[in-house]
Design a protein around this ligand. Sequence first.
Ligand SMILES: [Zn+2]
Length: 305
Amino acid sequence: MPAHNVTMVLLYINGEYRLATVYADGFLPEALQFRPSVPLVDIGANLTHESFGRDLEAVIQRAQAANVTTMIVTGTDLAHAEQAVALAKQHQGLYATAGVHPHDASHWDTNLERAMAALHAMPEVVAVGECGLDFNRNFSTPREQELAFEAQLALAVESGLPLFLHERDAGQRMKEILHAWRDDISHAVVHCFTADRDTLFGYLDLDLHIGLTGWICDERRGHHLRPLVSDIPLERMMVETDCPYLLPRNLPAKIKGRRHEPALLPWIVREIAQWRGISETELGNATTRTAQRFSVFPLNLKKEY
Ligand SMILES: [Zn+2]
């Protein structure tokens, strides 16, 4: 890697001088840079998060250098969905989702509904969401969450777009609601799946897709997911960073600020492949193909996968 990525500094520690390496803000340590042979799709990147405000161009370049050719920027409320669309207009390989996160469900009204419907008609928007249910923190009441969720299910039916779903501690209710809508909606992915086997099988019975993040790299709270990855058919599995959140714990070097970014997706693919007992290439290929079938967007790929 070019030398300007790192700075050498002389530190005086315990009576002696030591040479130390400091990684310039915005660069990835060399140990974290690797390029898989197959193009990957990050189906959930929160690139409108303020932490990317200063160096987004570099973040996107690093993703492309890591063969993460396509990123779907998550829109979690009106302002962020509009920003996600603006980013997708500006960058090849970027697409947007537009929805209202369950945390913000209390803001749902007819004006918001109209604004979302207008976004769903834009060519950059490839899914309705992030929407769903989160009974873990209940920032909006369960009733408000269900109202906003069902309204967005109706928008998905109208637009024909797939859904990008968020569910936390609400698997049972989510399955009940989706069961009622299943015949009318197209594809739907439960992003950042972290629930148990029963919930997983319920989702697969509903023919939903499953989004896997670096949660599985966490030996403390992601342990239960490891045997489950073999139960998810490859044609239902997609991968995502959910960056800047959920920095994987399997990285061989530390990152200043602990900000996650799309260029690190290959490490998540590596971990999932390992637990599934297949090669990274096979898993990368399969998840890219699944993402391509999931939605109607071109994947910024030179050839068909
Ligand atoms: Zn989420």
